[in-house]
Design a protein around this ligand. Structure first.
Ligand SMILES: [Zn+2]
Length: 193
């Protein structure tokens, strides 16, 4: 058994394997690697412990996947490459996804301790075509340990986005004023601007 791995199995493959969604041939190849490779076997164990939540994150290209600080740490420990952006209300942050980023984590600070749930409004503005799209989500959970709303996006999804601006506001269920804007200024990887 190898103590080091020169070609770690991508977390996407481990997730598909854990969910029983690999073809038989791919499964055999992967198992051959796992039996001979201690780091990858350990990564698989961690992926198994994360359970269904992570599989959903990897496979579904949803606009906002509520996550937790804990999930982000576990994914990172399991070998996922995570690009993280932290925003406080009023911040504008440039963002992108590199070719090998497994996830992009967006962390929006909620500087009001008593808030337990929020609704979120996202205004998507395609800066190339001028197209706009608004999205409203109810009951966005807050990670109380970090005081943030944590969203996890598959890198694969983020890499499909054009040059665009994402303007987000969050309104506490408790009735305080909306927080924001939180602005992500998205630039596709490798585009000269
Ligand atoms: Zn390996």
């Amino acid at each position: 058994v190898n103590a080091d791995c020169r070609a770690p199995l991508p977390i996407e493959q481990l997730v598909d394997y854990a969910a029983g969604e690999l073809s038989e041939a791919d499964e055999t190849t992967l198992e051959e690697h796992l039996f001979a490779c201690e780091p990858c076997a350990r990564a698989l164990e961690r992926v198994m412990r994360l359970g269904a939540g992570i599989g959903r994150c990897v496979r579904e290209g949803r606009i906002a996947t509520p996550a937790t600080d804990d999930l982000v740490r576990h994914l990172s420990a399991a070998g996922a490459r995570i690009r993280e952006y932290r925003l406080a209300p009023g911040d504008t942050v440039p963002c992108t996804a590199a070719p090998d980023d497994t996830f992009v984590a967006v962390r929006l600070a909620v500087p009001i301790p008593e808030v337990t749930s929020l609704s979120m409004d996202v205004d998507f503005h395609d800066l190339a075509t001028g197209a706009r799209e608004a999205q409203h989500t109810e009951d966005v959970p807050i990670d109380r340990t970090s005081g943030e709303v944590v969203m996890l996006f598959p890198g694969e999804l983020i890499r499909t986005y054009p040059r665009s601006r994402w303007t987000m506001h969050m309104t506490p269920a408790e009735g305080s004023a909306a927080l924001g804007p939180y602005v992500l200024d998205h630039l596709p990887w490798n585009i000269d601007s």
